[in-house]
Write a protein of this length. Structure first.
Length: 511
């Protein structure tokens, strides 16, 4: 009886695998016919392309292999996952423009791994829900509110400068660790109005839970059975995720409730206007994302606590790892390129004055630092914080006049686009001049998209650039950056964010 059960089970699983593989391979054939310019990455039945990763399946090796595919096979590729699930991996500007511009969008599987944390916040939301939320959230990044955030950037980066003193004149150290904590402090205060004090208490449970969740999302991305939630539910990581999520959600919930009560008290005492208007949003009142969400009405209803929590969590998630990578890689490249550092410093002295390390930086001051802007653009070219974004065809996505079948995953490999020698000659060379006006005007606008493009571009782009600029001005005002020993040169790995494997190493000496 038992043997019969096993045999039936094997027969069912085998039939399912054969049918799934056959169905997927038909879609691959259809794609090859429709998009005949695209090369197909060599694949085998059932395992798809996974054998190409078998030599070394560590995160940096996976990333290196993905880059290699484009060197060997070309800009736009047809790939196959487990059970030959078809996917496109694209890097050419014209094709990327068509995918990003598609009318109905769906995001690919990787975004599902964020959902336990951020649920359906702006980054994962689709359709009507997304459009409404985007309309609500966009005013958070009005330049008058950005000016208010600058007070937070100034204060927290001063703490960073103080913490970095521990490493001054001490040889190579990983600046990434310091920047992560500073970026967490900044986003927590801007999104929730809460001082997390991560720089003073790096081992707080919230900070640890953020790290734990990022790590779990990363591991799920590269596990072979990643699509099958049931396998994940049975794993130890699922237990760890549960524990981390309870810390993360409890923290945001408690902040939301505290602010909500505070606001209700204020309203009772008639110290706030009953209805928010333009002056409330952009005016004197200190505005955080949370304040905005608590005050807004959608079709006559306030957002409920779950709605608010998903947006606050989204900001905590999307708004600290990305800037951390950008600032850390900036420090690394500036240290490696003394001539760039000299020009940056000269520009800062010219625009901000000799004693700029102690001044309160303002929005307009930072706008004047043109060479700094070009340098950050070059950092986001060579090491884009978000190296891959994923979409899924809904069936009405048209590429080169051809409808892509529904369900096909499309990876836009931003990293490979930005390091394509046909567009950026000698891509490994760090050269901010690639971003002077003349050079920019020669390129296709979609050949450089660190913040994505179109309707779903990064809503926090301006905020991010101001944060990165403030941090770099404060660091360079106080320290000279020196290159690390070549044995510590940066190596890359990626999940949703591009990260250094062992760290971003630099040396610092006081100015
Ligand atoms: C250097 C820093 C940053 C980079 C390179 C970056 C890059 C990106 C990219 C490429 C996307 C598109 C993702 C996709 O289509 O799947 C995106 C979306 C998004 N980013 Fe950023 N980001 C940065 C910083 C920030 C910050 C600081 C915040 C919040 C304060 C933020 C919030 C978001 C949100 C909410 C979305 C989703 C927007 C939507 O779909 O409407 N990002 N970001």
């Amino acid at each position: 009886m038992f043997i019969l059960l096993i045999i039936s089970l094997i027969a069912i699983v085998t039939t399912w695998v054969v049918l799934t593989v056959a169905k997927n391979m038909l879609v691959v054939r259809a794609l090859q016919k429709k998009l005949s310019k695209l090369h197909t990455i060599p694949a085998v039945p059932v395992l798809g392309n996974s054998l190409l990763f078998k030599r070394d399946s560590s995160p940096p090796a996976i990333f290196a292999r993905m880059k290699e595919f484009h060197h060997i096979f070309g800009n736009d590729l047809i790939a196959q996952g487990l059970f030959n699930k078809p996917a496109l991996q694209i890097t050419s500007a014209a094709m990327v423009e068509q995918v990003i511009g598609a009318k109905t969008i769906q995001k690919s599987l990787i975004y599902d791994f964020m959902k336990p944390w951020v649920n359906e916040g702006l980054i994962t939301a689709l359709g009507k829900k997304w459009a409404l939320r985007r309309k609500i959230i966009t005013p958070t990044f009005h330049f008058k509110i950005l000016e208010e955030f600058l007070a937070i950037f100034n204060r927290q980066t001063e703490v960073l400068v103080e913490k970095l003193q521990q490493q001054s004149e001490k040889g190579d150290f990983d600046i990434y660790k310091y920047i992560t904590l500073c970026a967490l402090d900044i986003i927590s205060e801007s999104a929730m109005g809460v001082k997390l004090n991560a720089q003073d208490s790096p081992s707080s449970s919230y900070v640890k839970a953020v790290k734990e969740m990022s790590e779990i999302i990363f591991r799920r991305l590269f596990s072979l059975g990643n699509e099958y939630k049931i396998l994940f539910q049975l794993s130890k990581a699922a237990q760890r995720q549960k524990a981390a999520l309870s810390i993360l959600h409890e923290f945001t919930n408690s902040v939301i409730l505290a602010r909500k009560h505070q606001l209700e008290d204020e309203q009772l005492r008639k110290t706030t206007l009953e209805k928010m208007d333009e002056t409330d949003i952009y005016g004197k009142r200190k505005m955080t994302l949370l304040e905005l969400l608590l005050n807004v009405s959608v079709e006559g209803h306030r957002l409920n606590e779950t709605d608010i929590r998903e947006e606050v969590d989204t900001f905590m998630f999307a708004g600290h790892d990305t800037t951390t990578s950008c600032i850390s890689f900036s420090a690394y490249h500036i240290a490696q390129n003394p001539e760039v550092q000299r020009k940056l410093y000269e520009e800062m002295v010219l625009v901000l004055g000799e004693n700029f390390k102690t001044i309160e930086l303002t929005y307009s001051m930072l706008q004047e630092l043109k060479y700094l802007d070009m340098t950050i653009k070059e950092v986001l070219r060579i090491h884009p914080s978000v190296p891959i974004i994923g979409r899924k065809s809904t069936g009405d996505m048209i590429i080169d006049g051809q409808a892509i079948p529904a369900g096909v995953d499309i990876a836009i490999f931003i990293y490979a686009m930005h390091n394509n020698p046909e567009i950026f000659p000698e891509p490994e060379k760090f050269d901010p001049e690639r971003f002077n006006e003349e050079n920019c005007s020669k390129r296709h606008p979609y050949s450089y998209i660190p913040f994505s493009a179109g309707a779903r571009n990064c809503v926090g782009q301006k905020y991010a650039l101001l944060e990165v600029k403030t941090t770099l001005v404060k660091i360079l005002g106080n320290y000279q950056l020196l290159p690390c020993h070549p044995k510590n040169n940066v190596q890359l790995k990626t999940d949703m964010t591009l990260r250094p494997v062992n760290g971003a190493f630099v040396k610092i000496i006081p100015r």
